[in-house]
Design a protein. Structure first.
Length: 188
């Protein structure tokens, strides 16, 4: 089966096109360029979902920056956060006295982001902010500030542009809503 047939089978509708995403990256990149002028931020991408957003966003940021990655997990194989966030793979860089900018694909309960922000603050970062592509605000269970985001989204499960379903479909170039029956089939 061709990749496009497979995608049509699982996507209910497109939420953000490639042009929409490019516009988000340009807008956020311009804002971050202004706000981090004269600073040397350490941009930390949250693996694996944020990789597509990070590579496009950082190319729109005209600042002297360094990159690192952290892999944290709270979902296991499921769709509901277990509530327990664990470091799967840590950053290699010392964050002490650094201006840290966490880049995330999506914030849902907020637990993953809060964990990372608290971690880098505890390690002595000078500042810790985040830039998130999608803000699923209605699902929040913890209070966490989101300094920059591309767009709000409703309570729907989205895939593509880095975001997965069972670690698949990250390479769909746009963001689409997963058909509810696909999730139901998996949950049963
Ligand atoms: O706000 P929360 O409820 O904590 O959920 C958001 C997190 O869930 C996803 O990651 P996931 O653990 O699925 O890993 P992935 O990035 O490898 O897809 C996403 O990339 C965020 O990190
Ligand atoms: N792929 C994906 N991961 C998530 N993690 C939390 N919410 C979502 C979502 O809507 N899609």
């Amino acid at each position: 089966m061709a990749k496009s047939d497979d995608i049509n089978r699982i996507i209910d509708h497109k939420l953000f096109s490639e042009d929409d995403i490019q516009e988000m990256c340009k807008r956020l990149g311009k804002q971050l360029t202004e706000d981090y002028a004269g600073k040397k931020p350490l941009v930390i991408g949250a693996l694996k979902g944020a990789v597509y957003f990070l590579t496009d966003l950082t190319r729109e940021m005209d600042v002297e920056e360094q990159l690192d990655f952290i892999d944290v997990s709270s979902y296991g194989d499921g769709f509901e956060s277990t509530g327990k966030v664990e470091i799967v793979s840590d950053v290699a860089t010392d964050v002490k006295d650094r201006d840290v900018l966490i880049v995330e694909d999506i914030v849902d309960s907020g637990l993953t982001l809060k964990f990372m922000k608290d971690l880098f603050k505890e390690r002595g970062a000078k500042s810790v902010k985040c830039c998130v592509m999608l803000n699923k605000e209605a699902r929040r269970t913890t209070d966490v500030e989101i300094e920059y985001y591309g767009s709000k989204v409703g309570d729907e499960f989205v895939v593509g542009y880095g975001m997965d379903f069972l670690n698949m479909y990250r390479n769909i170039p746009y963001v689409g809503v997963l058909k509810p029956e696909i999730i139901e089939k998996y949950i049963k």
